[in-house]
Design a protein. Structure first.
Lengths: 258, 156
């Protein structure tokens, strides 16, 4: 899949597959492919669920409605179990994260060369179709969650309560305020970082292994790619679930007044 | 792999998606689910109520059946009693009737016998007189011995 005169070597092939389609310079670089696929999948999710929601009958539901309702009830149940408080944002947030991240992860199961090759034929040099293998995407999600954590912490506990939590925990003594501040800051910052890196790491590694398998002779690839893909079905659902679950748990902690 | 503006784009779209989901996706789905849950709960409750009603009706029917049986038994009892009474009455009546008939018969028999006795006595008297006449014919006058004959007749 050499594009723009790249030599078709193993490392070149891998390198090519791990390069985003980008425009812009420095920080203001935009990964067009990541944004396109993530927004497209998110829009697909919302369109599908909206369609089902507007047509939802209270009688005997169809199969699609059943499936959608199952997801909604599942997320609602998780939120009710782990989130103790009243906040109408949490459940839709959890649903959006779960389905959206799952759909983005799902792109990982499309054979690595299908869409990039088709795009290359149409003159697009680089294309990474799995948005969650882009650290910017996962960080974008987790930092949004982080912003919500800080927002609700301050909203529920007030600036004073939040400051208190940051400075008088875990050691409740004025002399240890700097130590507490460092510890609590690390705890707070670790949340979005771990959230983003976990999802990114899992999907990036999975994608990389698919790319490595794709380097094998074509007639032997299925021996490895099929088991890996089947295993990956578990991984993508699990990672989507973990991202949603941790978001809910973090926000639940943000709502708890000490 | 570097941190760049993609992050911002992602964050913005995320915020928009969550907002859209919260406003337009979650409420209709949730209301449909809740309404159906309510429907199912109502249905279950109705079924429960119907089962309870049925139980009540069955109990009532059982009670009524028992009452009816008791009543029937009472009626049969009364009928039996009445029958016995009638039979007894008939028996006593028959008994008295029989006694009456027997008494009448006995009285008739007695009367007949008395009449026969009287007849016999009279004939015997005649016979005795006739015999006596035959004997006396040769010796005595009938008028002189009439008192003896009368005495004889009275003694018979």
């Amino acid at each position: 899949m050499a594009a723009q005169g790249e030599v078709l070597t193993a490392s070149g092939y891998i390198q090519h597959h791990l390069t985003n389609l980008a425009v812009g310079e420095g920080f203001w670089t935009w990964h067009i492919d990541s944004l396109l696929f993530s927004v497209g999948l998110g829009a697909f999710f919302l369109w599908l669920f909206r369609k089902v929601g507007t047509k939802a009958t209270t009688g005997v539901p169809g199969k699609l409605q059943c499936f959608v309702e199952m997801l909604v009830e599942f997320v609602d149940g998780v939120v009710k179990d782990s989130f103790h408080g009243r906040n109408p944002v949490i459940a839709p947030l959890g649903l959006t994260i779960f389905v959206w991240v799952f759909l983005m992860n799902l792109m990982d199961l499309i054979p690595v060369d299908f869409i990039p090759h088709a795009a290359a034929l149409m003159g697009v040099p680089y294309l990474k179709i799995v948005p969650t293998t882009d650290l910017n995407v996962t960080l974008g999600l987790s930092l949004s969650v982080f912003a919500l954590i800080v927002y609700y912490s301050i909203k529920v506990k007030g600036v004073k309560g939040f400051t208190k939590e940051m400075t008088l925990n875990p050691f409740n003594h004025w002399a240890l305020i700097p130590v507490n501040l460092v510890l609590e800051s690390v705890t707070l910052i670790a949340k979005p970082i771990s959230l983003a890196l976990r999802l990114f790491g899992n999907l990036y590694a999975g994608e990389l292994i698919f790319i490595l398998i794709a380097l094998l002779p074509w007639w032997s690839q299925f021996v490895l790619s099929v088991p890996w893909a089947i295993f990956h079905i578990l991984v993508i659902v699990l990672q989507a679930f973990i991202f949603m679950m941790l978001t809910i748990v973090y926000l639940s902690m943000a709502h708890e007044d000490h | 792999m570097s941190i760049n503006a993609t992050l911002l784009g992602q964050a913005i779209s995320f915020a928009l998606f969550v907002w859209f989901c919260m406003k337009f996706v979650w409420p209709p789905l949730m209301s449909a689910i809740e309404e159906r849950q309510k429907k199912i709960a109502d249905g279950l409750e109705a079924a429960n109520r119907a089962a309870k009603d049925l139980e009540l009706a069955q109990a009532k029917a059982g009670d009524q059946l028992k009452d009816a049986k008791a009543q029937a038994a009472e009626i049969i009892d009364a009928a039996n009693k009445r029958k016995n009474q009638i039979v007894d009455e008939a028996k006593t009546e028959a008994e008295t009737e029989r006694a009456k008939i027997i008494a009448q018969g006995e009285a008739e028999v007695e009367a007949e016998r008395n009449r026969a006795k009287e007849e016999l006595r009279k004939q015997l008297a005649v016979l005795a007189i006739a015999g006596a006449e035959k004997i006396i014919e040769r010796s005595v006058d009938e008028a002189a011995n009439a008192d003896i004959v009368d005495k004889l007749v009275a003694e018979l």
